[in-house]
Design a protein around this ligand. Structure first.
Ligand code: ARG
Length: 571
């Protein structure tokens, strides 16, 4: 049971009785007491009573004696709650005996589709795909751990008119040569070469055009060449996922082409519903409420003037498939904020068509850009977009070098540490800021052993391990927990907050709240570690401190694992 929940449950009936209607007590952590509710302040205007009086009336009714040492009105009308040490100790002891660290599996499991990564065939993944992959992976881990059925979907860009030119270029190069280029990950080089021929050479352009027709018409040879391109790119993307240490696998690719058979029905059904409008030759839906700067309605183009289907039609078909065939009730799309309007319109149109209706919800988990040290969009030294593998390799190289400098005795282990720390640092930098904001890729800061960084948390974890190793015993459950000092007490309160944060993050996908929680926990542990001798304590005190140490380690490990970040026993 997490503390916010517990106190909320205690205050809810009291607020309802005082207000004569249901009121959310909004219990929050507070520096003045352990927790604070400011609900009486908001209620005062509505009830026409002084907030302090309301707060007192609530406290007169709420049952808090068994959990709180102090429950009082403060300031203009806050309810301040300080937990009783005995109650805290009992809850921490129970937590220690729970494999799930107090985090229950959900009582309402649902099928959640997480659409993430989504790179494009024969194009280099860029940092936007990195963010999508890292954030999506965290979503998958959190929801899965809570007992939801999670379907990973890698909506690969594997269809559309550019494939005409890509296939024509592949034929020019020869299959073997093309495969070689693509397998070493020179995707952009391949794409650029195709593009420049397309722009410069009318004969090539014509061959490309014919290939598009042949591809759409199902010509076996053209399809084979297309599959070759897709296969090579997939193999390459898998190496990036492997390096990035995410749970995406080959089975999760479900490219845009997978929905080809369903595109016709999208148009027919929208037509039957009377939602289609012709606009400049294209077939469109104009969802209400979407207007451009000129005040004119914005269309979602379902079918282009040339009869082809595009990105929006594919997304409509995919949405239906996820709801109807996969039985999803929650659809998450982890895609950069530049596509905000696309998703808003997609959901609006799907809603109009009745394809998206409660209890099914769709959410665009948008994110900002990665910036270079100069505060501008991240660019490579040559000025192009940064190759993802290069970025990840640099992270690992830097982290390995740092590990060696800190501890010259490491030999083999340095590589493993470098990998866990380097990749962890990249992921943590991404997940520890509000995802809707841009963030600066700053190696020094990301890899620092202090501050809100992965290495700091990983290091805190190894400290817990080393204490337990030296103690020679893992504390069992059901032991006495002693919270005699402020540092122990503060650590205990923090440990009890894990469940609340995990459930909140599952709802909001604001992973920086989980990161912030872990950072607070590590900070509390650090203070505890400085002030409270563990190995030099005796008897019950030693056992209690070992239990707190172990519980902190397990919580850090689980929390980092939910973010896709590895922990190490030594570093
Ligand atoms: N391939 C797209 C891109 O690179 C991302 C796909 C996102 N998913 C979706 N269902 N539209 O921008």
């Amino acid at each position: 049971m997490d503390l916010e929940r517990l106190l909320t449950d205690r205050l809810t009936p009291a607020f309802a009785a005082v207000a004569g209607e249901p009121v959310a007590p909004t219990v929050r952590r507070s520096p003045r007491a352990d927790f604070q509710s400011d609900a009486a302040l908001a209620l005062a205007r509505r009830l026409g009573r002084p907030p302090r009086e309301i707060a007192q009336a609530v406290l007169d009714r709420a049952v808090l004696d068994d959990v709180c040492a102090v429950a009082e009105v403060s300031g203009p009308g806050f309810v301040n709650l300080t937990l009783a040490d005995g109650a805290l100790a009992g809850m921490v002891a129970a937590l220690a005996g729970d494999e799930r660290l107090g985090v229950p599996v959900t009582g309402e499991p649902e099928t959640v589709v997480v659409d993430y990564s989504g790179p494009n065939v024969a194009k280099e993944m860029h940092v936007g795909h990195l963010r999508s992959t890292v954030i999506g992976d965290a979503a998958v881990r959190v929801l899965g751990w809570l007992g939801h059925r999670v379907v990973r979907v890698n909506h690969l860009g594997d269809w559309g008119t550019p494939f005409g030119m890509l296939i024509a270029h592949l034929v020019d190069l020869g299959e073997a040569e093309a495969a070689q280029e693509l397998s070493i990950g020179d995707l952009d080089g391949f794409y650029r070469a195709a593009r420049s021929k397309f722009d410069a050479d009318p004969a090539f352009r014509e061959r490309a055009r014919q290939r598009v027709v042949a591809l759409q018409g199902g010509d076996p040879e053209t399809r084979r060449l297309w599959r070759l391109l897709v296969g090579q790119s997939q193999r390459y993307f898998l190496t990036v996922y492997e390096l990035l240490d995410v749970t995406l696998s080959g089975e999760d690719f479900r490219g845009e082409s997978a929905y080809n058979d369903r595109l016709g029905a999208v148009v027919t059904d929208l037509d039957r519903l009377g939602l289609l409008t012709d606009s400049a030759g294209a077939t469109c839906v104009f969802p209400p409420g979407f207007v451009g700067r000129d005040g004119v309605g914005l269309p979602l183009i379902v079918r282009k003037g040339d009869g082809g289907y595009g990105y929006p039609a594919t997304d409509l078909a995919a949405l239906r498939q996820r709801v109807d065939e996969l039985g999803a009730t929650r659809l998450l799309y982890v895609v950069g904020l530049p596509q905000r309007q696309h998703f808003a319109m997609l959901f609006a149109v799907a809603g109009q068509a009745g394809w998206l209706r409660p209890p099914v919800r769709a959410e665009h988990l948008g994110f900002g850009s990665v910036l270079g040290p100069d505060g501008r969009m991240l660019r490579s030294r040559a000025g192009g977009s940064v190759k993802l593998v290069d970025l990840l390799t640099e992270a690992v190289t830097r982290a390995t070098a740092l590990a060696r400098t800190r501890n010259p005795d490491l030999d083999q282990a340095a590589a493993e540490i470098g990998r866990a720390v380097g990749i962890g640092a990249v992921k943590y930098a991404d997940l520890s800021t509000d995802r809707t904001r841009d963030y600066v890729l700053d190696w020094e800061r990301m890899l620092a052993l202090d501050g809100n960084t992965a290495p700091y948390l990983q290091y805190a974890y190894t400290r817990t391990r080393s204490v337990l190793r030296r103690a020679g015993a893992v504390p069992g459950a059901g032991r006495v927990v002693l919270l005699g000092t402020p540092a122990e007490r503060a650590l205990a309160v923090e440990l009890l907050g894990f469940a609340g944060v995990v459930h909140e993050v599952a709802r909001t996908a604001q992973f920086h709240h989980l990161a912030g929680y872990l950072h607070r926990l590590a900070t509390r542990f650090s203070t505890f570690y400085e002030r409270c001798p563990v190995l030099r304590a005796d008897g019950e005190l030693r056992a209690s401190r070992l239990l707190l140490t172990d519980l902190t380690g397990r919580t850090l490990r689980q929390g980092l694992d939910l973010l896709g970040i590895r922990t190490l026993d030594r570093m």
